[in-house]
Design a protein around this ligand. Structure first.
Ligand code: FAD
Length: 540
């Protein structure tokens, strides 16, 4: 078989068995790396001991396990290029997976039988891998692909600047989120993080080091942004900055009726021109299933015990068993504190949340952006951070969100009491660049919703049950022709990936053949089987 041909679906699916609730063990495609790998320049940075490989064998999701043969701790991007060139020129190229924080949940950063590149090594020591350019009308930061967003924030704030688009959690790497999209409550106005990047340095699957932007090597630029690590390793990103506020007025507004909730959410996100003067700077939302209020924690970092009691009362009065929150934030500085009060009052008057159910916090900008850190600390101290996370994230066309709500929140999940968080918030499609690899629903609508089922499974049984729930949700979406797309996608067959990429699939396969012809990169995404897997199958 030619090296750059892609294995058919039947072979691919036989490679990756279905998750059963135990940690799924992915088979290594071929055992052993070429011995001469350990004679090249980067050999001293390659570890093969069990301690090193074990750390790179699973991820935040803890649903999948597969050990690499080795882990590379690169000192420079050139080390990564050398490894990839070596693999590409081997008789049987071995897989190579960049690993940022390993905060995926389906083994996307694993490299069974190959080499995991510990990206975080690039930033260790005294290497200046975050450089802010504050002068000029269009300030930016050059950040290493291995850098954590929290560190990018700290470095840019020294200049009174910050990126515009954020994920909810900041202990993720720049390369890791840009390989997906990087979404959060600012996306309705500024698009996902990938829409806020000017330039990238990428090491391709042939080991070439390429600088790319919208004007220069634009194919690779568009491919790598949202590219699930398939076309190259992002070693630097130039990210747009704006003046940073110092404080944030942060509210949650409760709704018992989904129609009013979504109407208000869409009102908040669709007025974007000049909205920084009158609207929220951040809009997200959550769904709370009735039983999770009754059985959940007695207080949270946002809600006091008495708030939760009032919310439980509200939930019990609704027949539906679900209540909804809009989460909004307004940025301001100390000298605009009075006007933020007026602006908030005027905005809240336009919304139809349950009277009296507005909950407000006033925090610093850093406390707001880094808010999930506080929850992480609480979950860690309760021993429920490092558990299985069978998460499912979907993008739902705006016109079908009520059908999804009826079928899923008031149907399939109504009587469950899953531990975790359910996110639900709209974004504007025109803030996404459709030339990038990231996928949004194909329906020609202006608004689509991100729905995140962020479950925590406290036992194997729990994980199995939640997996079944996720499958039912996907089956419901199929049957009801909701037209959803997975975000942070997971498909176990090439047919699944074809459907995921839809009209983009042909282009994706072409770009793969150009930039990673041996299908070396990020095999844990399970999109394109590698040459090594072909040999593994042949010898199995
Ligand atoms: P990894 O898990 O290490 O890698 C992810 C994939 O990208 C792998 O295929 C890997 O091979 C590839 N990759 C890693 N680094 C590079 C690189 N430099 N170049 C090319 N490919 C690379 N996502 C959102 O969009 N919004 C959120 O609000 C959000 N919140 C989250 C909260 C939590 C608690 C967690 C655990 C995840 C959250 N995510 C969110 C998902 C997160 O963005 C992705 O899982 C992301 O991939 C994690 O980054 P990472 O650095 O850990 O990447």
């Amino acid at each position: 078989m030619a090296r750059n041909s892609f294995l058919p679906f039947a072979i691919l699916s036989s490679f990756f068995s279905v998750v059963t609730g135990q940690l799924q063990t992915l088979p290594a495609a071929a055992s052993g790396l070429p011995a001469d790998l350990f004679g090249i320049g980067i050999a001293s940075r390659i570890r093969t001991d069990r301690n090193s490989t074990a750390k790179a064998s699973t991820d935040f999701g803890r649903m999948v396990e597969a050990a690499p043969e080795a882990v590379l701790h690169p000192a420079t991007p050139t080390d990564i290029a050398e490894l990839i060139r070596f693999s590409a020129s081997s008789p049987v190229p071995f897989p190579v997976a960049p690993r940022g924080q390993g905060h995926s949940w389906r083994g996307q950063s694993l490299a069974p039988g190959g080499v995991v590149v510990d990206m975080r090594s690039l930033g260790r020591g005294h290497r200046a891998r975050i450089n802010v350019s504050a002068a000029g009308a269009e300030p930016y930061v050059d950040a290493g692909g291995e850098q954590l967003w929290i560190d990018v924030l700290r470095a840019t704030l020294k200049h009174g600047l910050a990126p515009r688009a954020w994920t909810d959690y900041l202990r993720l790497t720049v390369g890791g989120t840009l390989s997906n999209a990087g979404i959060g409550g600012q996306a309705f106005r500024h698009g996902p993080q990938i829409a806020n990047v000017h330039e990238l340095d990428v090491v391709t699957g042939t080991g070439e080091m390429v600088t790319c932007s919208r004007d220069k090597n634009s194919d690779l630029f568009m491919a790598a942004l949202g590219g699930l690590g398939q076309f190259g390793v992002i070693t630097r990103a130039r990210i747009q900055l704006e003046p940073a506020p110092t404080r944030v007025r942060w509210v949650r507004l409760a709704y018992s009726d989904v129609v009013t909730f979504t109407k208000d959410q869409e009102l908040l996100v669709t007025v974007t021109d000049g909205a920084s003067e009158t609207g929220f700077d951040y809009v997200e939302g959550q769904v709370q299933l009735n039983r999770s209020l009754a059985e959940g924690p007695k207080s949270t970092p946002f809600f006091s015990g008495s708030d939760l009691n009032r919310l439980a009362g509200l939930a019990s009065r609704t027949g539906s068993g679900a209540i909804y929150y809009i989460e909004g934030a307004m940025y301001y500085d100390e000298d605009t504190a009075t006007s933020v009060d007026q602006k908030m009052e005027a905005l809240l008057e336009q919304l139809s949340f349950e009277p009296g159910f507005v909950f407000t916090k006033d925090v610093t900008y850093v406390q707001f952006l880094d808010r999930v850190r506080q929850e992480e600390r609480l979950l860690r101290s309760a021993g429920v951070w490092e558990v299985r996370h069978p998460w499912l994230n979907l993008f739902i066309p705006g016109s079908r969100i009520l059908d999804f709500d009826t079928g899923v929140f008031k149907g399939l999940l109504r009587d469950g009491s899953p531990a975790g968080v359910i996110l639900m918030y709209p974004m504007n499609k025109d803030r996404w660049d459709s030339r990038m690899t990231a996928v949004t629903p194909t329906a020609g609508e202006d608004v689509f919703y991100a729905v995140g089922l962020l479950w925590s499974a406290l036992s194997v049984d729990d994980a199995q049950r939640l997996e079944r729930d996720n499958e039912s949700v996907l089956a419901f979406c199929d049957q009801a022709a909701i037209g959803c797309k997975q975000y942070l996608p997971h498909h176990t067959s090439q047919e699944g990936w074809r459907q995921h990429f839809g009209a983009k699939w042909g282009r994706i396969a072409e770009l793969k053949a150009t930039y990673d012809p041996h299908a070396i990169l990020s095999p844990g995404q399970r999109i394109f089987p590698s040459a090594a897997e072909a040999v593994g199958i042949a010898s199995a």
